[in-house]
Design a protein around this ligand. Structure first.
Ligand code: KG4
Ligand code: ZN
Length: 333
């Protein structure tokens, strides 16, 4: 059976075809970055309108390039939340309309469950159970995962999400949108000159807090001569603080749960320094670590098609209604 996956929760239109036996067949992504960069961040109304323009042609291109016709699709998975309401509604409305027209089920997928399961699309996927660190633009979550839908929240960010902290810090250093990637590129030229705090690591617990780091970056920047080298040094110190904080919390989560596998996913997991430091930690402590390929760290349709297939297997089919939830906790799954 073929599953069509649709992702429209923020600023990327992603579509994919997943086959029950053969795995991922094809995926396409249209990024709205160029459109939003003029405004320095995502403009929700423009995002919705662009999804409307791009989604159906992208699905047509996907089917054409996959040599498939509509009658061969058995179910449609779409991101129902969390995300921008207008953007979600586009995916939900298109998915439900196609499902009705093609007389097949629609499956509402939680965006973070998509990220969580993205490493399952790789050649050497993790077995359950594992600890998952999900680091995206909107969420920072540490979860004990015992199976699909069996999620125990261990910790989360009390303020800014990791990606949000990257983006805000990038902005105050004068970097253009999307800031996370720009900041990590700049950090490559940085010298180890500043040391930023590792928030909430000096006390027990698995929650995170990143908003103080942004303020620390700002005051360090204001006190400096504000040269390009100063910016690079601050970017490095900021990234180092985030990476080490994640190392400490992941190590703690694995010790606390006794689990030896670590899955790291979501947009920020594309960051090479964070990946390297977590790999180092696992090498030292023992265990195994799993990431999605970089293009599946950030938003994409493939992870939604896969998560939808898993939900389909457990019999979770959406009623015919346009279901979208901008705020939706994973603990409700
Ligand atoms: O998962 P994602 O594509 O969207 C959400 O679900 O939010 O994550 C996007 C976030 C953005 O904040 C972006 O700046 C950040 O991931 N990001 C990165 C990198 N690539 C994307 N942050 C740091 N380093 C990167 N290489
Ligand atoms: Zn995402």
């Amino acid at each position: 059976m073929y599953i069509l996956g649709i992702e429209t929760s923020c600023d990327e239109t992603g579509v994919a075809i997943y086959h029950a036996q053969r795995g991922l067949c094809h995926h396409l992504l249209y990024s709205q970055i160029d459109m939003h960069s003029e405004y320095g961040g995502v403009v929700p109304e423009l995002a919705s309108r662009d999804h409307i323009r791009k989604l159906i042609p992208l699905i047509q291109q996907l089917l054409r390039e996959s040599d498939l016709v509509a009658a061969e699709i058995s179910a449609i998975a779409y991101t129902a939340g969390p995300g921008l309401m207008g953007a979600l509604l586009v995916g939900a409305a298109v998915a439900q309309s196609l499902a009705m027209a093609w007389q097949i089920p629609a499956i509402a997928v939680h965006h973070m469950e998509g990220h969580l399961l993205a490493p399952m699309l790789e050649e050497n996927p993790p077995e359950f159970p594992f600890v998952a660190l999900l680091i995206s633009g909107g969420h920072t979550l540490l979860i004990a995962v015992r199976g699909v839908g069996q999620y125990q929240l261990l910790g989360e960010s009390l303020d800014d999400a990791a990606g949000e902290a990257f983006d805000k810090t990038a902005k105050l250093l004068g970097l253009s949108y999307p800031g996370g990637v720009k900041l990590s590129e700049l950090a490559k030229q940085g010298q180890p000159r500043f040391r930023f705090p590792r928030p909430m690591t000096d006390r027990p617990g698995l929650d995170f807090s990143f908003s103080g780091l942004k303020t620390f970056a700002l005051t360090t920047f204001q006190k400096s001569e504000q040269t390009l080298q100063d910016k690079a040094d601050i970017a490095l110190a900021f990234q180092d603080a985030i990476a080490e904080t994640m190392v400490i919390k992941c190590r703690r989560a694995m010790q606390q749960t006794g689990l030896t596998r670590l899955v790291v996913a979501g947009g920020v997991s594309a960051n090479s320094q964070i990946r390297c430091q977590l790999i180092e930690m696992i090498k030292k402590e023992g265990g195994n670590i799993y990431f999605p390929r970089p293009e599946f760290c950030t938003d994409n349709g493939a992870m939604i098609a896969y998560a939808g297939y898993q939900r389909f297997l457990s019999g979770e089919i959406q009623d015919i209604e346009i279901f979208a939830r901008p705020r939706w906790s994973m603990s409700e799954l």
